[in-house]
Ligand binder design. Sequence first.
Ligand code: G3P
Ligand code: CA
Length: 284
Amino acid sequence: MSFVKRIVLAGLGSMALVAGYAAVSALSNVFYKKGYTAEEIARLIVVAHRGGAALGPENTLLAIERGITSGADMVEIDIHQTSDGKVVVCHDESIDRTTNGRGLIRDLTFEEIRGFNIVDKDGKVTDQKIPTLDEVLDLIDGRVKLLVEIKRTADIYQGIEQQLVDAIAAHNASSWVVAQSFNDSVLEKLHAISPDLRLEKLWVFKLRGVDDAVDGWVNDYSYEKYNYVSSFNFYYRSVTDSLIDEIHRHGKEVKIWTVGSPSDTPHLPVDGIITDHPDLWRTK
Ligand code: G3P
Ligand code: CA
């Protein structure tokens, strides 16, 4: 496919996504049944989003520890790479929103980043620091599974896929670490480096026949293309029972993000939910 055609399709895909998002959001509020029974909740994989962002400052060791003790089955984090090559845990590519510092992670050394403190949702400076991937692996130590997201900026972060694979090996964590991304090149690199690593594909929408420009990358959708991926993880308003059934028939799990309480979450035949509030899904 020519470059121009890819750009045009990416633009059309983006517009379709925006329109689709508005339509599905409005319709889902009307048509989706909400709520889960205790038996259904017990069968779900509960993932603490950004460590458990409602339980402590997102993507911090404090939130992750609280996410684990809340009874979550899995903790989700986002990783980036400092200018001197350290893998750190933060949602954004800059530290502006979540710390009292400023700048892009890729422009700052690890020492510079550790000079700043995490700021909570109310703007209060905490004693938490941006953690390293190694610190998170040490903290979790196999008590729950860890879902590591590498975002599109991985093409800037040279070798971050190899660093994740090396960290998993160094911490003997292959049985409890999973990786996810919106970005196909990240997933493909991880699969090439470490064929046994469990991988999950993030989607906002799955638009059959239309290229998907999510996260700045054009992806051709097909089950064959993602045969090495174990779970499709969707924005929670963008799936239906029939799509989930279809994905299950192709042997994949489905998780939805980022949901609130059970009573506010669309009732769908998913395998897992990703939430800032794992405590509302587990009683521990
Ligand atoms: O796990 C899904 C979710 O993390 C994707 O959204 O922006 O919170 O990384 P975001
Ligand atoms: Ca994430």
